[in-house]
Design a protein around this ligand. Structure first.
Ligand SMILES: Nc1ncnc2c1ncn2[C@@H]1O[C@H](COP(=O)(O)OP(=O)(O)O)[C@@H](O)[C@H]1O
Ligand SMILES: [Mg+2]
Length: 331
């Protein structure tokens, strides 16, 4: 399949000198579900803004559907749908009116828009709430409405910037279902950014992991996990600040340990025979009076891939807490 997005040596330096994107290259095939996985501040939104012609790049070459992002921006805008990280829903309008308005922006005919709006309300499960003002929608409903408005003109390529961040698990899995359906049944190419490892793992056929403006790994989720070539053991110590370094030294001396990474809140040990090694680790730490809070052992996950390449974990726990914190602030 041919490439529908190509990015070569892309660099973005903001006017205050921040290098948000630092020489990245990747491509996305037509019809592919492609992911950009990375923590806050990694450069995901910056990249998506350049791809969708909303931001001028500092240097590099970027084409979308064969068009140059700067010289042929208008042609690109006609064939892409964009869901930005912040909601673009107009609270004074109903769900239906929000989608209609977007159709008018795309200069579609009114009859055509009406038909499309009904299809989209059904697709994202907002038929019953269609005539309610969007300001009364929940966070999950707003995100679904955002998705519907991005789809009104039947784009060939859909760009989604963290479409599920802050949503509860149920709303998140509803969005996953719509996105998989769009990709599978309508053949839309999807470029999605996320901080959720499990989201990238479930949805994306291929992904790049981005951290501090650089791509640190690319491949299918299965390929990336296979590259680790070992199981992972995660050890949290009761007093990690004090004991992590000492524990790391102790574990290093045990057999079968490939690598140990200290990401402050835990130690991740990559090892071939993890099941057997756990007992040795517990014994070694115990005999040195290092108290263990928890030990888990699993085949490699994208979390392990991220740790291996960056030495850090993506802290998704904080993201899940975000919505209630936000609500608290508004009351
Ligand atoms: N308009 C801007 N001016 C200066 N720095 C910015 C601007 N927008 C983003 N940044 C910085 O660029 C980096 C990447 O940001 P962003 O692309 O938003 O990351 P992500 O979407 O992965 O969280 C961060 O360090 C961020 O603070
Ligand atoms: Mg962002």
């Amino acid at each position: 399949m041919s490439d529908i997005i190509t990015v070569k040596n892309l660099v973005e330096v903001y006017s205050d000198g921040t290098k948000a994107v630092d020489d990245i290259s990747f491509s996305v095939a037509e019809g592919e579900f492609f992911g950009f996985l990375g923590p806050n501040g990694a450069g995901k939104s910056t990249t998506i803004k350049i791809l969708t012609t909303l931001l001028r790049k500092t240097s590099g070459t970027v084409t979308v559907a064969g068009f140059d992002v700067e010289k042929q921006a208008a042609a690109i805008r006609r064939i892409i749908g964009v869901q930005s990280q912040d909601t673009t829903v107009d609270g004074d309008l109903t769900g239906r009116e929000n989608i209609m308005l977007q159709g008018h922006f795309h200069q579609m005919k009114t009859d055509e828009i009406k038909k499309r709006v009904n299809e989209l309300l059904k697709l994202v499960g907002l038929e019953e709430a269609a005539e309610k003002r969007a300001r009364n929608y929940s966070g999950g409903m707003k995100k679904r409405l955002d998705l519907a408005t991005a789809l009104v003109h039947k784009p060939k390529i859909l760009f989604l910037d963290e479409p599920t961040t802050g949503l509860d698990p149920q709303s998140r899995s509803a969005i996953w279902t719509y996105l998989e359906k769009l990709n599978r049944e309508e053949g839309i190419t999807i470029f999605l950014t996320t901080q959720y490892l499990e989201e990238a793992d479930k949805l994306c056929k291929r992904l790049s992991i981005i951290d501090k403006g650089k791509i640190v790994a690319s491949g299918s989720p299965a390929e990336l996990k296979r590259e680790i070539g070992a199981d992972s053991i995660r050890i949290s110590l009761e007093n990690c600040k004090k004991d992590n370094a000492k524990a790391k030294e102790l574990i290093k001396t045990l057999n079968d340990v490939n690598e140990i990474i200290d990401s402050e809140e835990c130690l991740t040990v990559f090892a071939k025979n993890a099941g057997l090694l756990i007992a040795d680790i517990v014994r070694a730490l115990d005999s040195s009076d290092i108290r263990i809070a928890s030990v888990t052992f699993s085949s490699p996950s994208l979390d392990d891939v991220f740790i291996k390449h960056t030495g850090k974990r993506i802290r998704t726990e904080e993201l899940v807490k975000a919505p209630s914190a936000m609500l608290g602030g508004r009351r």
